[in-house]
Design a binder for this molecule. Structure first.
Ligand code: CO8
Length: 259
Protein backbone atom coordinates (compact mmCIF):
# COMPACT_ATOMS: atom_id res chain seq x y z
CA UNK A 1 0.00 0.00 0.00
CA UNK A 2 1.78 3.22 -1.03
CA UNK A 3 2.41 5.68 1.79
CA UNK A 4 2.28 8.48 -0.74
CA UNK A 5 -1.46 9.04 -1.12
CA UNK A 6 -2.18 12.76 -1.15
CA UNK A 7 -5.94 12.86 -0.92
CA UNK A 8 -7.07 9.73 0.90
CA UNK A 9 -6.33 7.98 4.19
CA UNK A 10 -6.12 4.22 4.21
CA UNK A 11 -6.42 2.04 7.30
CA UNK A 12 -7.51 -1.38 8.50
CA UNK A 13 -9.82 -2.35 11.33
CA UNK A 14 -9.41 -6.10 11.78
CA UNK A 15 -10.44 -7.52 8.39
CA UNK A 16 -12.17 -4.36 7.16
CA UNK A 17 -10.32 -1.92 4.89
CA UNK A 18 -11.25 1.74 5.34
CA UNK A 19 -10.61 4.53 2.83
CA UNK A 20 -11.29 8.11 3.94
CA UNK A 21 -11.65 10.81 1.28
CA UNK A 22 -9.43 13.46 2.78
CA UNK A 23 -9.86 16.93 1.29
CA UNK A 24 -12.12 18.40 3.99
CA UNK A 25 -11.20 22.01 3.01
CA UNK A 26 -12.94 21.30 -0.35
CA UNK A 27 -15.71 19.12 1.12
CA UNK A 28 -13.77 16.09 -0.16
CA UNK A 29 -14.35 17.11 -3.78
CA UNK A 30 -13.23 14.32 -6.09
CA UNK A 31 -10.33 15.57 -8.16
CA UNK A 32 -8.87 13.19 -10.74
CA UNK A 33 -5.95 12.25 -8.52
CA UNK A 34 -8.22 11.43 -5.58
CA UNK A 35 -10.42 9.16 -7.71
CA UNK A 36 -7.39 7.35 -9.05
CA UNK A 37 -5.90 6.96 -5.53
CA UNK A 38 -9.28 5.69 -4.30
CA UNK A 39 -9.48 3.10 -7.07
CA UNK A 40 -5.90 1.99 -6.38
CA UNK A 41 -6.46 1.64 -2.61
CA UNK A 42 -9.72 -0.26 -3.06
CA UNK A 43 -8.15 -2.55 -5.67
CA UNK A 44 -5.31 -3.28 -3.24
CA UNK A 45 -7.82 -4.23 -0.51
CA UNK A 46 -9.75 -6.29 -3.07
CA UNK A 47 -6.61 -8.35 -3.75
CA UNK A 48 -5.64 -8.69 -0.08
CA UNK A 49 -6.97 -11.95 1.38
CA UNK A 50 -6.81 -10.51 4.92
CA UNK A 51 -9.49 -7.93 3.98
CA UNK A 52 -13.07 -9.13 3.65
CA UNK A 53 -15.09 -5.93 3.36
CA UNK A 54 -14.36 -2.26 2.62
CA UNK A 55 -15.75 1.04 3.88
CA UNK A 56 -15.48 4.43 2.17
CA UNK A 57 -16.10 7.59 4.17
CA UNK A 58 -15.31 11.31 4.08
CA UNK A 59 -13.11 13.35 6.43
CA UNK A 60 -14.35 16.35 8.37
CA UNK A 61 -17.98 15.44 9.08
CA UNK A 62 -19.46 18.04 6.69
CA UNK A 63 -19.34 15.91 3.54
CA UNK A 64 -18.89 12.42 2.20
CA UNK A 65 -17.95 14.18 -1.06
CA UNK A 66 -19.46 17.32 -2.62
CA UNK A 67 -18.91 15.97 -6.13
CA UNK A 68 -16.22 16.18 -8.74
CA UNK A 69 -13.78 19.05 -8.20
CA UNK A 70 -15.46 21.95 -10.04
CA UNK A 71 -12.33 24.11 -9.91
CA UNK A 72 -10.30 21.37 -11.59
CA UNK A 73 -13.05 20.49 -14.08
CA UNK A 74 -14.00 23.99 -15.18
CA UNK A 75 -11.22 24.33 -17.78
CA UNK A 76 -11.23 20.76 -19.10
CA UNK A 77 -11.93 19.54 -22.62
CA UNK A 78 -14.05 16.45 -23.42
CA UNK A 79 -10.83 14.51 -24.06
CA UNK A 80 -9.32 15.64 -20.73
CA UNK A 81 -12.48 14.36 -19.03
CA UNK A 82 -12.41 11.08 -20.91
CA UNK A 83 -8.74 10.42 -20.16
CA UNK A 84 -8.68 11.98 -16.71
CA UNK A 85 -10.53 9.77 -14.30
CA UNK A 86 -13.31 7.73 -15.71
CA UNK A 87 -11.19 4.55 -16.02
CA UNK A 88 -10.93 4.62 -12.24
CA UNK A 89 -14.74 4.55 -11.90
CA UNK A 90 -14.81 1.38 -14.03
CA UNK A 91 -12.23 -0.17 -11.71
CA UNK A 92 -14.35 0.64 -8.66
CA UNK A 93 -17.40 -0.90 -10.31
CA UNK A 94 -15.50 -4.16 -10.93
CA UNK A 95 -14.32 -4.71 -7.34
CA UNK A 96 -15.40 -8.08 -6.00
CA UNK A 97 -15.51 -7.51 -2.25
CA UNK A 98 -18.43 -5.64 -0.70
CA UNK A 99 -18.04 -1.91 -0.17
CA UNK A 100 -20.08 0.12 2.30
CA UNK A 101 -20.43 3.90 2.00
CA UNK A 102 -20.45 5.66 5.38
CA UNK A 103 -22.04 9.00 4.52
CA UNK A 104 -22.11 12.08 6.75
CA UNK A 105 -23.16 15.45 5.30
CA UNK A 106 -23.14 16.11 1.57
CA UNK A 107 -23.02 13.32 -1.01
CA UNK A 108 -23.51 15.36 -4.16
CA UNK A 109 -22.80 14.81 -7.85
CA UNK A 110 -19.89 12.38 -8.15
CA UNK A 111 -20.11 11.94 -4.34
CA UNK A 112 -23.68 10.67 -4.63
CA UNK A 113 -22.62 8.48 -7.55
CA UNK A 114 -19.72 7.09 -5.54
CA UNK A 115 -22.12 6.14 -2.72
CA UNK A 116 -24.41 4.53 -5.32
CA UNK A 117 -21.42 2.51 -6.65
CA UNK A 118 -21.15 0.93 -3.19
CA UNK A 119 -23.09 -2.14 -2.10
CA UNK A 120 -24.66 -0.66 1.02
CA UNK A 121 -25.03 2.84 2.42
CA UNK A 122 -25.05 3.88 6.07
CA UNK A 123 -25.89 7.57 6.48
CA UNK A 124 -25.95 10.09 9.30
CA UNK A 125 -29.25 11.90 9.70
CA UNK A 126 -27.55 15.08 8.39
CA UNK A 127 -26.63 13.39 5.09
CA UNK A 128 -27.89 15.06 1.90
CA UNK A 129 -27.87 13.29 -1.45
CA UNK A 130 -28.23 15.03 -4.77
CA UNK A 131 -27.18 15.39 -8.39
CA UNK A 132 -26.65 19.16 -8.75
CA UNK A 133 -24.80 18.90 -12.09
CA UNK A 134 -27.71 20.53 -13.91
CA UNK A 135 -27.03 23.72 -11.91
CA UNK A 136 -23.56 23.76 -13.51
CA UNK A 137 -24.84 23.21 -17.03
CA UNK A 138 -23.98 19.51 -17.22
CA UNK A 139 -25.52 16.20 -16.20
CA UNK A 140 -24.37 13.31 -13.99
CA UNK A 141 -21.52 11.43 -15.66
CA UNK A 142 -20.66 8.56 -13.32
CA UNK A 143 -23.88 6.58 -13.25
CA UNK A 144 -26.36 8.92 -11.51
CA UNK A 145 -29.07 8.96 -14.17
CA UNK A 146 -29.01 5.18 -14.55
CA UNK A 147 -28.64 4.10 -10.95
CA UNK A 148 -31.22 6.57 -9.62
CA UNK A 149 -33.72 5.67 -12.35
CA UNK A 150 -33.33 1.99 -11.49
CA UNK A 151 -33.59 2.48 -7.75
CA UNK A 152 -35.84 5.54 -7.23
CA UNK A 153 -37.88 5.10 -10.39
CA UNK A 154 -38.18 7.48 -13.34
CA UNK A 155 -40.17 10.28 -11.74
CA UNK A 156 -38.12 10.88 -8.60
CA UNK A 157 -34.88 10.41 -10.56
CA UNK A 158 -36.05 13.00 -13.09
CA UNK A 159 -36.78 15.50 -10.32
CA UNK A 160 -33.34 15.05 -8.75
CA UNK A 161 -31.50 15.20 -12.08
CA UNK A 162 -33.55 18.02 -13.64
CA UNK A 163 -33.71 20.31 -10.59
CA UNK A 164 -30.56 19.41 -8.64
CA UNK A 165 -32.73 18.99 -5.52
CA UNK A 166 -31.09 17.43 -2.50
CA UNK A 167 -32.82 14.69 -0.59
CA UNK A 168 -32.35 13.67 3.01
CA UNK A 169 -30.92 10.42 4.32
CA UNK A 170 -34.36 9.46 5.65
CA UNK A 171 -35.98 10.05 2.26
CA UNK A 172 -33.28 7.94 0.60
CA UNK A 173 -33.90 5.21 3.19
CA UNK A 174 -37.67 5.41 2.62
CA UNK A 175 -37.02 4.65 -1.06
CA UNK A 176 -34.62 1.80 -0.29
CA UNK A 177 -31.38 3.59 -1.22
CA UNK A 178 -29.94 3.85 2.27
CA UNK A 179 -29.65 0.83 4.57
CA UNK A 180 -29.49 2.65 7.90
CA UNK A 181 -29.97 6.24 9.04
CA UNK A 182 -28.02 6.81 12.25
CA UNK A 183 -27.55 9.79 14.60
CA UNK A 184 -25.27 12.51 13.26
CA UNK A 185 -21.60 11.54 13.42
CA UNK A 186 -22.21 7.81 13.95
CA UNK A 187 -22.16 6.75 10.31
CA UNK A 188 -18.63 5.34 10.36
CA UNK A 189 -19.08 3.39 13.60
CA UNK A 190 -22.33 1.87 12.31
CA UNK A 191 -20.85 1.16 8.87
CA UNK A 192 -17.96 -0.66 10.55
CA UNK A 193 -20.40 -2.78 12.58
CA UNK A 194 -22.18 -3.74 9.37
CA UNK A 195 -18.85 -4.37 7.59
CA UNK A 196 -17.71 -6.70 10.38
CA UNK A 197 -20.93 -8.72 10.08
CA UNK A 198 -20.24 -9.14 6.36
CA UNK A 199 -16.55 -9.84 7.01
CA UNK A 200 -17.47 -12.68 9.38
CA UNK A 201 -19.16 -14.66 6.58
CA UNK A 202 -17.53 -17.08 4.15
CA UNK A 203 -15.55 -14.86 1.72
CA UNK A 204 -16.17 -16.89 -1.43
CA UNK A 205 -19.90 -17.01 -0.69
CA UNK A 206 -19.85 -13.24 -0.13
CA UNK A 207 -18.11 -12.70 -3.47
CA UNK A 208 -20.54 -14.90 -5.38
CA UNK A 209 -23.52 -13.38 -3.56
CA UNK A 210 -22.45 -9.86 -4.56
CA UNK A 211 -21.98 -10.99 -8.13
CA UNK A 212 -25.44 -12.59 -8.17
CA UNK A 213 -27.26 -9.57 -6.69
CA UNK A 214 -25.49 -7.24 -9.15
CA UNK A 215 -26.53 -9.51 -12.03
CA UNK A 216 -30.12 -8.46 -11.30
CA UNK A 217 -29.27 -5.03 -12.74
CA UNK A 218 -27.42 -6.26 -15.81
CA UNK A 219 -29.36 -9.27 -17.09
CA UNK A 220 -32.81 -10.68 -17.76
CA UNK A 221 -34.47 -12.50 -14.86
CA UNK A 222 -33.75 -15.88 -16.50
CA UNK A 223 -30.04 -15.07 -16.93
CA UNK A 224 -29.85 -13.70 -13.39
CA UNK A 225 -31.44 -16.85 -11.99
CA UNK A 226 -28.92 -18.95 -13.94
CA UNK A 227 -26.01 -16.97 -12.47
CA UNK A 228 -27.47 -17.36 -8.98
CA UNK A 229 -27.99 -21.11 -9.38
CA UNK A 230 -24.49 -21.71 -10.79
CA UNK A 231 -22.91 -19.67 -8.01
CA UNK A 232 -24.95 -21.64 -5.46
CA UNK A 233 -23.75 -24.97 -6.91
CA UNK A 234 -20.16 -23.70 -7.10
CA UNK A 235 -20.13 -23.03 -3.36
CA UNK A 236 -20.52 -26.76 -2.73
CA UNK A 237 -16.87 -26.99 -3.86
CA UNK A 238 -15.69 -24.83 -0.94
CA UNK A 239 -14.32 -25.95 2.42
CA UNK A 240 -16.29 -23.08 3.99
CA UNK A 241 -19.57 -24.64 2.84
CA UNK A 242 -18.65 -27.92 4.63
CA UNK A 243 -17.55 -25.92 7.68
CA UNK A 244 -20.73 -23.79 7.72
CA UNK A 245 -23.05 -26.77 7.58
CA UNK A 246 -20.96 -28.90 9.99
CA UNK A 247 -20.90 -26.01 12.47
CA UNK A 248 -24.70 -25.77 12.27
CA UNK A 249 -25.03 -29.50 12.95
CA UNK A 250 -22.55 -29.33 15.87
CA UNK A 251 -24.25 -26.19 17.24
CA UNK A 252 -21.09 -24.06 17.15
CA UNK A 253 -19.91 -20.94 15.31
CA UNK A 254 -18.34 -21.62 11.91
CA UNK A 255 -14.69 -20.77 11.33
CA UNK A 256 -14.57 -19.64 7.69
CA UNK A 257 -11.17 -19.71 6.00
CA UNK A 258 -11.99 -18.35 2.56
CA UNK A 259 -11.28 -21.71 0.93
N1 CO8 B 1 -15.51 21.20 -6.18
C1 CO8 B 1 -14.54 22.02 -5.76
N2 CO8 B 1 -14.61 22.69 -4.57
C2 CO8 B 1 -15.70 22.50 -3.82
C3 CO8 B 1 -16.76 21.66 -4.23
C4 CO8 B 1 -16.62 20.97 -5.47
N3 CO8 B 1 -17.55 20.10 -5.91
N4 CO8 B 1 -17.73 21.69 -3.28
C5 CO8 B 1 -17.28 22.52 -2.31
N5 CO8 B 1 -16.07 23.02 -2.64
C6 CO8 B 1 -15.25 23.95 -1.87
C7 CO8 B 1 -15.79 25.37 -1.96
O1 CO8 B 1 -15.35 25.99 -3.16
C8 CO8 B 1 -15.20 25.98 -0.73
O2 CO8 B 1 -13.87 26.29 -0.96
P1 CO8 B 1 -13.26 27.76 -0.57
O3 CO8 B 1 -13.36 27.79 0.92
O4 CO8 B 1 -11.87 27.70 -1.09
O5 CO8 B 1 -14.15 28.75 -1.22
C9 CO8 B 1 -15.24 24.84 0.28
O6 CO8 B 1 -15.32 23.64 -0.49
C10 CO8 B 1 -16.45 24.87 1.21
O7 CO8 B 1 -17.61 24.93 0.39
P2 CO8 B 1 -18.75 26.07 0.55
O8 CO8 B 1 -18.16 27.32 1.11
O9 CO8 B 1 -19.47 26.17 -0.74
O10 CO8 B 1 -19.65 25.37 1.67
P3 CO8 B 1 -21.20 25.62 1.92
O11 CO8 B 1 -21.48 24.95 3.22
O12 CO8 B 1 -21.56 27.06 1.78
O13 CO8 B 1 -21.96 24.84 0.74
C11 CO8 B 1 -22.35 22.97 -0.75
C12 CO8 B 1 -21.85 23.43 0.65
C13 CO8 B 1 -23.85 23.23 -0.88
C14 CO8 B 1 -22.06 21.47 -0.82
C15 CO8 B 1 -21.57 23.75 -1.85
O14 CO8 B 1 -20.18 23.67 -1.56
C16 CO8 B 1 -21.76 23.22 -3.23
O15 CO8 B 1 -22.81 23.46 -3.83
N6 CO8 B 1 -20.77 22.48 -3.78
C17 CO8 B 1 -20.82 21.99 -5.14
C18 CO8 B 1 -21.71 20.79 -5.26
C19 CO8 B 1 -21.79 20.33 -6.70
O16 CO8 B 1 -22.23 21.06 -7.58
N7 CO8 B 1 -21.37 19.07 -6.96
C20 CO8 B 1 -21.43 18.49 -8.31
C21 CO8 B 1 -20.14 18.69 -9.01
S1 CO8 B 1 -20.21 18.09 -10.70
C22 CO8 B 1 -19.99 16.40 -10.54
O17 CO8 B 1 -19.87 15.87 -9.47
C23 CO8 B 1 -19.95 15.58 -11.83
C24 CO8 B 1 -19.53 14.14 -11.54
C25 CO8 B 1 -18.98 13.51 -12.79
C26 CO8 B 1 -18.23 12.21 -12.50
C27 CO8 B 1 -16.96 12.35 -11.70
C28 CO8 B 1 -15.71 12.45 -12.56
C29 CO8 B 1 -14.41 12.51 -11.74
Amino acid sequence: MPESYQHILVERDENVGIVTLNRPHALNALNFELVSELAEALAEFDRDSAIRCMVITGAGGKAFAAGADIKEMSGKSPIDMMMGGFEAWQLIKRLRKPIIAAVGGYALGGGCELALHCDMIVASENARFGQPEILLGVIPGAGGTQRLARTLGKFRAMEMVLTGAQISAQEMADHGLVNRVVPEGEHLVEALKLAKKVAAQAPIAIRLAKEAVNAAFETSLEEGLDIERKNFFLLFATEDMREGMQAFIEKRKPDFKGK
